[in-house]
Design a protein around this ligand. Structure first.
Ligand code: ADP
Length: 408
């Protein structure tokens, strides 16, 4: 372990996707980022790293058209150089990896060793694209930061408290027993974080509070949190299930597969592309997957953009209402993610449909809670509250990594 004279709690947080690598050095004491950036289009003809340090933005071009493993390794090598150039390496205590799928094996964050790599490899069969990218990120970081403990933090771990009634599909049980086909849920670090922060804001003990949190970004999910634990969530075996999202359909009739293959000659890959890349807000609006663009178009009178917004909000409100079954009592609905933290329009449309839960919107507070501003947006006469809470998944990863490192 390095000695750390200044700040003993800086963690390099890596989020490795199939063609991108999001990174930040986070001060685990405060959640502030020291440096942050994104390597993107890895393996493409114009890969680059963009990063922000002390308010200044810089772009570095990377070598084009490399195989994925080399492209990721090169991005990490470049990241190591720029961390050293800015003298940030001596203050690092750990590397924290966001791992998308932990299967049933990982119920909390862990120090990465050979057994953990084997477990992540096994879980990667359930989410091959994300899983292999996560493994690439881990092996490149292990090679580059030999002296630092590497910690895996799983998107699925928070949801491992779900009961089998909630996580099983009504499919032949053998598929679950032999292949792990079940609902896992994602965005776990975000749901966990905003529940904790909301409990603090409302001065409630999190272990005695019931929340429904809506993480609304490009991917969207809702989580029912009972006494601080996830009891149900809208994403399933993969992050495709549940809500209408930017480009993902969310729930559909599985009978659609048969129709698309027999009537329209779709292949499995084409169906996967259709449901993951071409549906959701983009599919309905035929305009964009970006909520801001759709809101602007809807305000300007575009009826398909308005329909996309209305479907997004109806499906979200319906899912929130459904979670009253496991919760029975509700302290607050929480909005987070790029849309949840910024779109007063979406929040108003959703909460208007949920007035029967005793939530009355405070219109001014709803307008004020934007651009990273947390806030209570329900009126004082509400029996259940509504809250906007900016998420900070990187901080959770940094905290888990710093805490596990302290125990070594
Ligand atoms: P990711 O899931 O990739 O992390 P984000 O959490 O950043 O995504 O959310 C991206 C979404 O947030 C986009 O649909 C974007 O349009 C939306 N968004 C960001 N700012 C606003 C805003 N001011 N009003 C409405 N939507 C916004």
């Amino acid at each position: 372990m390095p000695t750390l004279p200044n700040n003993p709690n800086h963690v390099l947080v890596l989020n490795c996707g199939s063609s991108s690598l999001k990174f930040a050095i986070i001060d685990a004491n405060t959640g502030n980022d020291i440096i942050s950036g994104l390597a993107e289009r890895l393996g493409d003809n114009a890969p680059s790293i963009k990063y922000k340090f002390q308010g200044e933005k810089t772009t570095i071009k990377l070598a084009a058209n490399q195989a994925h493993a080399q492209a990721h390794a090169q991005a990490i090598d470049t990241l190591v150089d720029l961390i050293k150039d800015h003298n940030l390496d001596e203050q690092l205590v750990a590397v924290g990896h966001r791992v998308v799928h932990g299967g049933e094996h990982f119920t909390q964050s862990v120090l990465i060793d050979d057994n953990v790599i084997a477990g992540i490899t096994q879980a990667a069969t359930l989410a091959p694209l994300h899983g292999h990218a996560n493994l690439l990120g881990i092996s490149s970081a292990q090679a580059s930061f030999k002296d630092l403990p590497q910690i895996a933090v799983f998107d699925t771990a928070f949801h491992q408290t779900m009961d089998e009634v909630a996580y099983l599909y009504a499919l032949p049980y053998q598929l679950y027993k032999d292949f792990g086909v079940r609902r896992y849920g994602f965005h776990g670090t975000s749901h966990f974080y905003v529940a904790g922060q909301t409990a603090k804001m409302l001065a409630l003990p999190v272990e005695e509070s019931n929340f429904i949190s809506a993480h609304l970004g490009n991917g969207c999910s809702v989580c029912a949190i009972k006494n601080g634990k996830s009891v149900d969530t809208s994403m399933g075996l993969t992050p495709l299930e549940g809500l209408v999202m930017g480009t993902r359909s969310g729930d559909i009739d599985p009978g659609l597969f048969n129709f698309l293959t027999t009537q329209l000659d779709y292949t499995a890959q084409q169906i996967d592309d259709l449901l993951n890349q071409k549906s959701g807000l983009l599919g309905i609006s035929e305009l964009s997957n970006d909520c801001r663009t759709i809101e602007e178009a809807a305000i300007a009178g575009n009826s398909q953009a308005m329909l996309a917004l209305n479907m997004f909000c109806y499906r979200l409100a319906k899912q929130i209402a459904a979670y009253m079954v496991p919760l029975q009592k509700l302290d607050a609905v929480i909005f987070t993610g790029g849309i949840g933290e910024n779109s007063d329009i979406i929040r108003e449309k959703v909460l208007t449909q949920l007035a029967f839960l005793g939530i009355n919107l405070d219109p001014q507070a709803n307008l004020d809670a934007r651009f990273g501003q947390a806030g209570l947006i329900s009126a004082s006469n509400s029996t259940s509250k509504a809250v906007v809470m900016p998420t900070n998944e990187e901080w959770v990863i940094a905290l888990d990594a710093a805490n596990i490192t302290k125990e070594l």
